[in-house]
Design a protein around this ligand. Sequence first.
Ligand code: ACO
Length: 321
Amino acid sequence: MASHQLAGSSLGFRFSGVGSYLPAEIVTNDDLAEAMDSSDHWIRERTGIGQRHVGGTTSELATEAARAAMKRANVGPDEIDQLLLATTSPDYICPGTAPAVAEALGLDCGALDIQAACSGWVYGLVHANGLLLQGMERILVVGAEALDRITDYTDRGTGILFGNGAGAAVVERDPSGEGQLLSFDLGAAGEFVHILYAEHGDVLQMDGKEVFRQAVKAILRSANNALDRADLSVGEIDLVIPHQANIRIVESAWKKLGFSMEQTGMRLEETGNTSAASIPLVLDKMLDEGRLKSGDNVMFLGFGAGMTWATTIHRWAGESR
Ligand code: ACO
């Protein structure tokens, strides 16, 4: 396989603005327990989730998050060269959702959906880097989900997990070379299509135990590949943001990898699993908390239906709050 090691690239890669958006309506675990045989205690203990947000369409949520990211980056619509929108809950089966978001934002550029489930936003960062290498200056990478459209909130296996939300980043070349995409790892294993899927017009179906097992395996493999390619150890990563699926998936993988929870960015309790939106939603919160400074090594780790997985390691440059 071709090497994915990018260290030393002179292109540079910075996050000039990050934003996120959660719709106002909240469904608590207690609300769910009224519709199914469950409890706040069980859901928190088995998943780490305390509530989830619902409402809005994917394009509406994406537009709000993107606006916030563009404002922070201080860029106007004419300065975006491409929109990449990661979603597994598009407004329509056809067309894609990205053109509607581009229209709402007033962009005049290419606009494309990425369907890689929970890994989609991290896939988007790697593809954005490719477009920067092609000569583009600035890419808007959004992860947005209206998972309430494909979730049965009376089903004990899936209804406890999923929620809506969106996160976005404006990424651009960093001529100073300070910010870098140090390495990445992308993967897919289509043999696992049927452990997590939704048919046309239907809700998500999941073999929870198998998803758990395969997710942990994917995390271990992808994180180790990316670390090797960046020539970094677990202890040299200042902040790791995993996809927010289930706290026990993260804890199981971390036990084997050696990451600590102190190194880890989480927002699962507040949001539930927001698929492609989950990592940028956490990133926005980490910036709010002042957890990132220039030169930090940051890892994003996505995994999800497909199965797909995607890891990037960045030397951080960009906004800090
Ligand atoms: N509330 C209360 N009790 C429940 C619930 C519930 N919501 N669901 C199951 N139970 C009960 C079962 O009836 C069973 O009871 P029993 O022992 O008396 O028979 C017991 O809890 C264990 O049931 P399991 O189905 O084995 O539950 P498990 O421990 O596997 O937990 C869960 C289910 C939380 C869905 C788990 O499998 C899981 O988190 N899997 C990963 C799924 C995931 O994260 N998907 C995210 C999407 S993919 C991605 O983003 C990567």
